[in-house]
Design a protein around this ligand. Structure first.
Ligand code: CO
Ligand code: CO
Length: 315
């Protein structure tokens, strides 16, 4: 992030997207994200990359409006039909989100990469920041964890084709319904769980809010099979890095199985929303998330007064 002096920029460093206020009822929200292939099927990769890019707009409580494609592709070594499938996957996902693709830019590169710069609108008085959590809040997660571990297992040939289809559905699932539910109910803070894993993103939220959190390990939703594969060591490098980054900030209360630590640190692609809501509104939010068809609507923890460690994981 640049050091921003223009007072029309809202929000602080490390928010999911940049927010620029136009007037008292309108701010534009902008983000950019592109990734390397996480699935073998090019159409599925395109759809997941689009869902992942648009996710940062939903995390701020904004409505995504339009996007520009960002493409890197090895035109000399791969057939153009693959690129067309990637773009078709992205276009279909954008259409589902109500996002117009208004252009883009492509360059030659030795490995494919795809994503989007996405622009959204929000009422600045309703903007949801990462830094608004308060002691006593309930934490919700709207998708199960484990996409990093499962995509690594697929890469290593440890799983069948059904698994690829299953995690494609999870990663490509838009956070649109989750965002609409949280905006309807009114929440204190939100971020999307992506590359830094649940604990990495939760630490950012807690540090930004000057609070600490308790995570209830048994209530954290996991993708079926992820725990067993984590035990066999199908752990991506990004997840190991996340663990090194967070370990001094997390206290494990009477439970420190390696597979559980790795799952809570697992680098996600297009993960769910992590939401902090007041205790009075927690039931209402849960009902709204379920009604919106979210893949998970689990109460995974609580926000507490700031302690020495940002997070305590309880078994
Ligand atoms: Co984000
Ligand atoms: Co992002």
């Amino acid at each position: 992030m640049p050091s921003v002096k223009d007072k029309n920029f809202l929000g602080e460093l490390k928010e999911d997207a940049a927010v620029y206020q136009i007037n008292s009822s309108l701010a534009i929200v902008q983000t950019v994200d592109f990734i390397t292939p996480v699935l073998n099927d090019p159409y599925a990769f395109g759809a997941v990359a689009a869902a992942n890019a648009i996710g940062d707009i939903y995390a701020m409580g904004a409505k995504p409006i339009y996007a520009l494609n960002i493409v890197e592709f090895p035109v000399k070594s791969l057939p153009l039909s693959i690129l067309q499938e990637i773009l078709r996957g992205g276009a279909d996902k954008a259409l589902e989100a109500g996002v117009s693709i208004a252009g883009g830019h492509s360059i030659e590169d030795n490995a494919p990469k795809y994503g989007m710069a996405v622009t959204g609108f929000v009422d600045p008085t309703k903007l949801v920041k990462k830094s608004g959590a308060q002691p006593g809040d309930v934490l919700f997660l709207t998708k199960p964890l484990g996409t990093g571990i499962l995509t690594t297992a697929i890469d290593r040939g440890l799983t069948g084709a059904e698994t690829e289809q299953e995690i494609y559905k999870i990663m490509a699932h838009l956070n649109k319904g989750a965002a609409e539910a949280m905006m309807e109910v009114g929440v204190h803070a939100c971020t999307d769980v992506t590359g830094f894993g649940l604990l990495g993103h939760l630490i950012e939220m807690m540090n930004g809010s000057n609070t600490s959190a308790q995570v209830f390990l048994n209530r954290v939703p996991l993708i079926q099979g992820a725990r067993e594969l984590a035990k066999t060591g199908a752990i991506p490098a990004g997840t190991h890095n996340n663990y090194r980054y967070i370990r001094n900030n997390v206290k494990w209360e009477g439970h420190d199985k390696k597979e559980d630590i790795m799952l809570l640190c697992d680098a996600q692609t297009a993960g769910g929303l992590l939401i902090a809501v007041s205790q009075e509104k927690a039931d209402q939010l849960k009902a709204a998330l379920v009604k919106a068809g979210c893949l998970a609507a689990e109460e995974i923890g609580r926000v507490a007064e700031k302690e020495e460690k940002a997070i305590k994981v309880l078994a």
